[in-house]
Ligand binder design. Structure first.
Ligand code: TYD
Length: 229
């Protein structure tokens, strides 16, 4: 059997609700597999038995009252299990891990959106992940009204607690979007901002191009060339 290309890498998708992350992440995973990479696609919250149970509590609009700080602990509990049970082992096997949302969602939603202290969230994150951070973060950016309209056209029973307007209005989603753009602007080496307010095929194509370029540039042999060449 031909060896898988490249080596372990961790790529996260981020963005506001309705930006199309899940379908674009799926298409990327298919494309990378076709290019010979060994790929593992997972998501947050979820990705493990525990994570899917916690997801049920977190996203159910009818779930019990909670403070945003409590949400942050729950998201990080699911994250801790996902890192240990799924992401680290896949990386140890040399796979490219593609994760639909990761820790920056907590900074954007609970931090920028709901006002939880960012330093506390970063501390919590590093304890939950053991310091693991994505090598590359793809931000699918779209105006809030576009994302909410896309979600609004879908099945209303699939709307999550975070899309319920009585709890999270358009101003909340504006803060989330601004938070993401601030995070991306502060770390441009790790983030790529993709305009998601375009036809899905164009978005998926730009994402694939950005990721493939990143994978080539970060291959260990290219690192050596850069250091010694
Ligand atoms: P999901 O149905 O996966 O939405 P999407 O398709 O937009 O990713 O629901 C995830 C919801 O949970 C989404 O509204 C964002 C929110 N969320 C947080 O608030 N904090 C987090 O740390 C994570 C991972 C998600």
């Amino acid at each position: 059997m031909e060896a898988a290309r490249g080596g372990a890498r961790f790529i996260a998708f981020e963005g506001p609700d309705g930006a199309g992350k899940s379908s674009v992440a799926e298409r990327l995973a298919t494309r990378l597999s076709a290019e010979g990479h060994s790929v593992l696609l997972t998501r947050e919250p979820g990705g493990t038995r525990l994570g899917e149970l916690v997801r049920g509590i977190l996203l159910d609009p009818a779930s019990v009252a909670r403070a945003p700080e409590t949400d942050a602990f729950l998201f990080n509990a699911a994250r801790s299990q996902l890192v240990r049970e799924v992401i680290r082992p896949a990386m140890a096997r040399g796979e490219v891990v593609v994760c639909d949302r990761f820790a920056d969602s907590t900074l954007a939603y609970q931090g920028y959106g709901s006002g939880v202290d960012l330093a506390m969230l970063r501390d919590l994150e590093s304890r939950a992940t053991g310091g693991l951070r994505p090598d590359l973060v793809i931000l699918l950016d779209a105006p809030v009204a576009v994302g909410l309209a896309r979600r609004g056209r879908g099945d209303p029973t699939s709307l999550t607690r975070f899309e319920d307007e009585t709890r999270h209005d358009a101003a909340f989603h504006e803060r989330v979007r601004r938070g993401y753009l601030e995070l991306a602007g502060a770390d441009p080496g790790r983030w790529r901002v993709i305009d998601a307010n375009r036809p899905r095929d164009d978005v998926a194509e730009d994402v694939a191009e950005a990721v493939l370029r990143f994978l080539v540039a970060s291959e260990p042999s290219n690192h050596l060339e850069r250091i010694h060449g």
